[in-house]
Write a protein that binds this ligand. Structure first.
Ligand SMILES: NC(=O)c1ccc[n+]([C@@H]2O[C@H](COP(=O)([O-])OP(=O)(O)OC[C@H]3O[C@@H](n4cnc5c(N)ncnc54)[C@H](OP(=O)(O)O)[C@@H]3O)[C@@H](O)[C@H]2O)c1
Length: 267
C-alpha cells in the first residue's frame, strides 16, 4: 500500500498553524529559525533580552506573513521561562515547538579565567535549556501534547578546543546529555528532543573570529582548515535540519545530536 506520506512526501514538513516559542530569537540562529517557521505559517512567540534587536526580527517575520508575539526576557529564572510559555498560550492557545536558541560563550584559558565567567556560560547555555524544558515540558505532559524541543549543541560538545573553551565545551557536552536524557524521559509522552551541532557559523557569538582579534583569527583559521567542505557556515545552512527536527518528518527521531558541520566531525 502506498501511504499518504509517500504519495505526498512534502506533507511530512507541513508545520502550518503550529505554535513555536524561540528563545534568543535576536541571534543569528534564532532569527533564521523564526523566519523559516514564520514563512511556513507557524505562529511565533519570540523571546530575547534585547528589545531593539528582537523588534527588528519581529518586523522581518511579519514581512513574510507571520503572526508574532514578543517577550523581552532571557531564560534566567523559572518564572522567565513560564512567562514565555504564558505569552504563547495567551496569543495562540497552544504551544507545539520549543527552540532554545539563546546561548553564550566567553573564551579564556582556565589558569586565567574567573570562576564567574565559567558559571555565566554554564548558566546561559545549560541552565537556560533546563529551565525552558521544565516549564514547557510540564505543560506538554499535562496537556498531552506531543511537543518537539530543539536545542543548540556544537561540535564543541564532542571535541575540545585549544582556545580556552573549558566553559563552552563543558556546556555543550551537557546539552548533548540533556538531549538524550530528556528524550528518554519524555518518550512515553510522545515528545521528541533533539539538538543541532554546528561548527562555526557567522553570528554575534562568533563576531570576534571575523575581526582583528589575533586569537579569534587563529581560531577561525583552525576551524576552517578542519572543514572538508571548505567554508564556515551561515545560519541558513542549519535551516533544513531545524525544519526536519521540528516537523512531522522527524516523529521517529529523538535524543539525537545532529552534526551540520561541513564534515568537521567526519575526519
Ligand atoms: N555561531 C556559531 O558558530 C555556533 C556554533 C555552534 C553552536 N552555536 C550555538 O548556537 C546557539 C545560537 O547562537 P548564535 O550563533 O545564533 O549566537 P547569537 O547570534 O549571539 O545569538 C544568541 C542569542 O542568545 C542570547 N544571549 C546572549 N547572551 C546570553 C546570556 N548570557 N544568557 C541568555 N541568553 C543570552 C542573545 O539574545 P539577547 O541578548 O537578545 O537576550 C543572542 O541574541 C548558541 O547556543 C550557540 O552556542 C553557535
Amino acid at each position: 500500500m502506498i501511504t499518504e506520506s509517500l504519495k505526498n512526501p512534502l506533507s511530512l514538513f507541513d508545520v502550518r498553524g503550529k505554535s513555536a516559542l524561540i528563545t534568543g530569537a535576536s541571534g543569528a540562529f534564532g532569527r533564521a529559525t523564526a523566519l523559516t517557521l514564520g514563512s511556513l505559517g507557524v505562529n511565533l512567540t519570540l523571546a530575547s533580552g534585547s528589545k531593539a534587536e528582537l523588534d527588528a526580527v519581529a518586523d522581518e517575520c511579519k514581512s513574510v506573513g507571520a503572526k508574532v508575539e514578543l517577550v523581552y526576557l532571557r531564560p534566567d529564572k523559572l518564572e522567565d521561562a513560564e512567562a514565555m510559555l504564558a505569552a504563547a498560550l495567551k496569543a495562540y492557545g497552544r504551544l507545539d515547538m520549543l527552540v532554545v536558541a539563546s546561548g553564550f560563550n566567553k573564551a579564556g584559558f582556565i589558569h586565567e579565567m574567573k570562576y564567574e565567567d565559567w558559571q555565566s556560560v554554564m548558566d546561559a547555555n545549560v541552565r537556560g535549556e533546563w529551565l525552558m524544558a521544565k516549564a514547557v515540558g510540564t505543560y506538554w505532559i499535562k496537556e498531552k501534547i506531543r511537543g518537539k524541543m530543539l536545542m543548540m549543541s556544537s561540535v564543541r560538545g564532542r571535541h575540545g578546543n585549544i582556545s580556552g573553551y573549558t566553559a563552552y565545551c563543558a556546556s555543550k557536552g551537557a546539552t548533548d546529555s540533556l538531549t538524550r536524557v530528556l528524550a528518554t524521559e519524555w518518550a512515553k509522552h510522545g515528545i521528541t528532543v533533539n539538538s543541532i551541532a554546528p561548527t562555526v557559523f557567522r553570528s554575534k557569538l562568533t563576531a570576534w573570529m571575523y575581526g582583528d582579534d589575533e586569537l579569534g583569527q587563529a581560531t577561525k583559521a583552525r576551524s576552517l582548515s578542519r572543514i572538508p567542505l571548505g567554508r564556515l557556515g551561515e545560519a541558513e545552512d542549519l535551516m533544513g535540519m531545524a525544519l526536519y527536527l521540528l516537523s512531522p518528518a522527524s516523529d521517529f527521531c529523538t535524543g539525537q545530536v545532529m552534526y551540520v558541520d561541513g564534515g568537521f566531525t567526519a575526519g
